[in-house]
Design a protein around this ligand. Structure first.
Ligand code: GLC
Length: 590
């Protein structure tokens, strides 16, 4: 289409308006605003349907903004709503500048942003640029060996001495996160391309400066639309190993490619370049990098403000504590409280003087926190969800609440493989069975760890389909919705919702919750998670019984409680000298 003089004027006026919208939004973002913020993650397809097609959408989110404002969160992080073939529920993007019709339109998104801003709630978009969809125009063009975009992705010939396209001819033996091989054969050119997640998610070649500039231009376009930040999907995988970038294949070793690709040598350079090119700091955006395999040292470097990279990262270390050493997430192992609290403490200490933590127990890739780290049986569900909240929100960093976590949604009672939808779960099931693992074992791993637990529809109320949709939900609602739902929790002053509301209010009001120095107490205690937060003379003490058995107060091993003030507790009938199962207290010491 040619641009007429008239449409040209419209474009210029609109972009001027957008630029001033971006400038106005930046004014609402004082330096370091994200340090006192609580972020709420929305997985759009499971949040709220507005049109009865059984799939959550953007107008559905807008219709729930008052609920989020009532909870008190400051920021929404929206999992991907871009155009996508939905191989990985939107983490495979075919057009970064448009909304998938499943979720609505760009106008719907503008309305969501404007209405969120009216309520003082900011909006952070998911940024998935380690890979695109195989349906993205960049990749379609790249399929042609003569195209200028051939080098935007990683194309390699078959292994020498093999027949291209036959089993075992892949350039190397790497397996993908969600597929048997990280290499997919393209019959047209006789070559393979790299997709470390799935064939529908080819990896971009960040060594190519044109790729980087195209990504930055797209990010600037979103910033001009008035968004408040980016959550960056697997961003520490963008700088690939030298073997691969110098034209060969991936270095050998390891089961999956991920571990060998993380934290590449140009990671910091790329992030700093992105920050400058997009103006991430200049616009005072929240930028959180998802970083599987990142150590505390990497995180400190990335989040040290002096280096101008990102404001915070998502670590995976605490998510990997309930897997057997040397295994993957499906190799189940019991969780030990000393290891969990010790790990979080190591990140607190490591980022105490430079950098910033993000705090999470739940997201769209993890089973439900109350089922995994708490006790979701009826007598303990509410208190264990509250106490996990107490502990998490009282660490130093920016807490993230995942949809439904605020009222204690649990894992689903999945049984047969037909109950699952997620590409990762289905791929694991197929590969493990092909490898000879008994199905009962495979299902045991799935029911413990599948990402699908996080993806059942939000349970809004006790009406049909939990108020999620008037149609047929894309994924079965957890049958416990009649008892566990947002409406019930909002009306009950003793609910998880009410407790999380208070935790959020406490963070907003209390400088020591935001900035106080963290110190872990009783590191080896098997039941109690206790720590202090200190800022000058002010000291908070958090004591939590993270078990389903009562626990004696560890007399003489915690700071003196004379004249201490109880800021928030889980139990109205708290008793001296004892902690009830899953009881926690936040105290201000005299
Ligand atoms: C991230 C996302 C996950 C997705 C993967 C590939 O880990 O959180 O949902 O499957 O990246 O994009």
């Amino acid at each position: 289409m040619y641009r007429t003089a008239e449409t040209y004027t419209v474009v210029v006026v609109m972009s001027a308006a957008l630029t001033s919208a971006a400038a106005a939004a930046a004014d609402q973002r004082p330096d370091g605003w994200w340090k006192s913020a609580v972020v709420y993650q929305i997985y759009p397809r499971s949040f709220q349907d507005s049109n009865g097609d059984g799939l959550g959408d953007i107008p559905g989110i807008t219709s729930r903004l008052d609920y989020l404002a009532e909870l008190g969160v400051d920021v929404i992080w929206l999992s991907p709503v871009y155009r996508s073939p939905q191989v990985d529920n939107g983490y495979d993007i075919s057009d970064y500048r448009d909304i998938d019709p499943l979720f609505g339109t760009l106008e719907d998104l503008d309305t969501l942003i404007a209405q969120a801003h009216e309520r003082g709630v900011k909006l952070v978009m998911d940024l998935v640029v380690n890979h695109t969809s195989d349906q993205h125009a960049w990749f379609t063009e790249s399929r042609d060996p003569a195209s200028a975009k051939r080098d935007w992705y990683f194309w390699r010939p078959a292994r020498p001495g093999t027949v291209p396209g036959t089993p075992g001819a892949e350039p190397d033996g790497s397996i993908a996160a969600f597929a048997p091989s990280a290499w997919t054969f393209d019959p047209a050119s006789g070559q393979y391309y790299l997709g470390i997640f799935s064939p529908g998610q080819p990896d971009l070649n960040w060594e190519n400066p044109d790729v980087r500039e195209a990504v930055y231009a797209m990010m600037r376009w979103w910033v001009a639309r008035g968004i408040d930040g980016f959550r960056m999907d697997v961003i520490n995988l963008i700088s690939k190993p030298e073997e691969l970038t110098s034209g060969a294949v991936l270095p050998p070793g390891g089961e999956s490619s991920l571990g060998r690709i993380a934290n590449g040598r140009r990671l910091h350079e790329f992030l700093a370049e992105m920050n400058r090119a997009v103006g991430l700091d200049e616009h005072r955006l929240l930028t959180v990098g998802e970083m599987p395999g990142a150590t505390v040292e990497v995180a400190r470097a990335v989040t040290d403000p002096a280096r101008g990279e990102l404001t915070m990262v998502f670590t995976f270390e605490h998510m990997n504590l309930d897997q057997a050493p040397g295994g993957d997430k499906w190799d189940l192992a019991g969780l030990s409280l000393p290891r969990l609290k010790g790990n979080l403490a190591a990140w607190q200490d490591g980022l105490a003087d430079a950098g910033w933590n993000s705090l999470y127990l739940d997201n769209h890739d993890q089973p439900r926190a109350v089922s995994r780290f708490g006790d979701d049986s009826p007598p303990h569900r509410v208190n264990s969800a509250k106490t996990l909240g107490t502990v998490l929100h009282l660490h130093k960093g920016t807490p993230y609440v995942y949809q439904g976590e605020e009222f204690g949604m649990t894992n689903a009672p999945f049984g047969a493989i037909g109950d699952y939808r997620d590409v990762e779960s289905l791929n694991y099931h197929a590969l493990a069975l092909a490898g000879g693992r008994p199905e009962a074992d495979v299902l045991r791993s799935l029911v413990a760890k599948s990402r699908d637990h996080a993806r059942t529809p939000v349970q809004w109320d006790a009406t049909d389909n939990a108020g999620f949709t008037t149609g047929t939900p894309w994924f079965a609602v957890n049958p416990n919705y009649a008892a566990i739902n947002a409406e019930q929790a909002r009306r009950d002053p003793g609910s998880v919702f009410a407790h999380v509301q208070k935790l959020i209010a406490l963070r907003h009001a209390d400088e020591t919750v935001r900035e106080g120095r963290f110190a872990l107490l009783l590191p080896d205690h098997e039941q109690i998670w206790a720590f202090t937060r200190t800022r000058g003379d002010d000291r908070l003490l958090v004591v939590a019984n993270c078990s389903s058995l009562p626990c004696a107060w560890p007399v003489g091993q915690l700071p003196d409680l004379t004249d201490a003030e109880l800021l928030l507790g889980t139990h109205a009938d708290a008793r001296d000298g004892e902690l009830a199962p899953w009881e926690s207290r936040i105290l201000r010491l005299a």
